[in-house]
Design a protein around this ligand. Structure first.
Ligand SMILES: NC(=O)c1ccc[n+]([C@@H]2O[C@H](COP(=O)([O-])OP(=O)(O)OC[C@H]3O[C@@H](n4cnc5c(N)ncnc54)[C@H](O)[C@@H]3O)[C@@H](O)[C@H]2O)c1
Length: 260
């Protein structure tokens, strides 16, 4: 699929990987709906593409709400005349503490955002995507391929996204809709700070954490976007869940430390 002239939705498009994706798609001539709960971030990103060949506009969308997901698809069609690319990218970590301390509300929010969001977003977009023979992209994680000890709930949601992608790819073949996922290791975005309890850290703990992050071979958001663009433009790719990590990944078993 060529990207120029196509209509895309990027959830979590107001920061990090989503922001880089919005900017790349617009630079390649796409029309992009930036869907985020962060109005300030989402508007800033949409406005940042003003000089680019494509266009972007913001819509407040909470991916945990089926009604808002349906409205998101309707708005893409209304504003830009259809839908070719859905990037389910919004995600959060448990973040506020260890699993044993996490509230039920926070655990539910992580599952609803990271797992139910992509599933229901895909379902809401399927009719439009089957008309355009479009593509779904999911931002999963390296922690969906090898269990990540540091955040079991997050890791479980990302493993769910990996298997959803693989299974749905087979179901969607008769519809002409492709679905792929990227599974990054640690990417240089605000999520890395949010995933640790940086606010609750002592000065010593914070400087140790920052030194640990500096020592990691971080991936840049644009490198994740390179994979996503390949997954859009290569018409043979469906059901691909591509790992993008510079950290050693065990052949089996679990990972501890940086991988998210
Ligand atoms: N940063 C990493 O190291 C890393 C590694 C692997 C996977 N990921 C995944 O990449 C995706 C993007 O993360 P990022 O690192 O760019 O983080 P980020 O925090 O910079 O951006 C995430 C965006 O999602 C938005 N968001 C959160 N909850 C939402 C909701 N309910 N509805 C709509 N928008 C919502 C946030 O407002 C934010 O703009 C996530 O799915 C994350 O799990 C990140």
């Amino acid at each position: 699929m060529e990207i120029a002239g196509k209509v895309a939705i990027v959830t979590g498009g107001g920061s990090g990987i989503g922001e880089a994706m919005v900017r790349r798609l617009a630079s390649l001539g796409a029309k992009v709906l930036v869907a985020d709960v962060d109005d300030e971030g989402g508007r800033r990103v949409a406005e940042s593409v003003a000089e680019m060949p494509g266009v972007a506009s913001f819509l407040h969308v909470d991916v945990t709400s089926p009604a808002e997901l349906a409205e998101m698809v309707a708005q893409a069609q209304r504003r830009y005349g259809g839908l070719d690319i859905l990037h389910n990218n919004a995600g959060i970590t448990v973040g506020e503490g260890e699993f044993t301390e996490a509230s039920v509300l926070r655990i539910e929010a992580v599952v609803r955002t990271n797992l139910l969001g992509p599933i229901l977003g895909t379902q809401a977009a399927l009719g439009a995507l089957s008309k355009s023979r479009g593509v779904v992209l999911n931002t999963a994680s390296a922690s969906g391929i090898r269990a990540w000890v540091n955040d079991p709930v997050y890791s479980a949601t990302k493993a769910g996204v990996v298997f959803f992608t693989q299974a749905a790819a087979e179901q969607f073949k008769p519809l002409g809709v492709r679905i792929n996922a990227v599974c990054p290791g640690v990417v240089r975005t605000p999520l890395v700070q949010k995933s640790a309890r940086v606010q609750a850290m002592s000065d010593d703990e914070r400087s140790q954490f920052e030194a640990m992050i500096r020592a990691l071979p971080l991936i840049e958001p644009n490198e994740v976007v390179d994979v996503l663009v390949d997954q859009i433009t290569n018409d043979d790719l469906t059901g691909e869940t591509r790992l993008l990590s510079r950290q050693p990944m065990p052949a089996e078993g679990v990972t501890i430390g940086g991988v998210i």
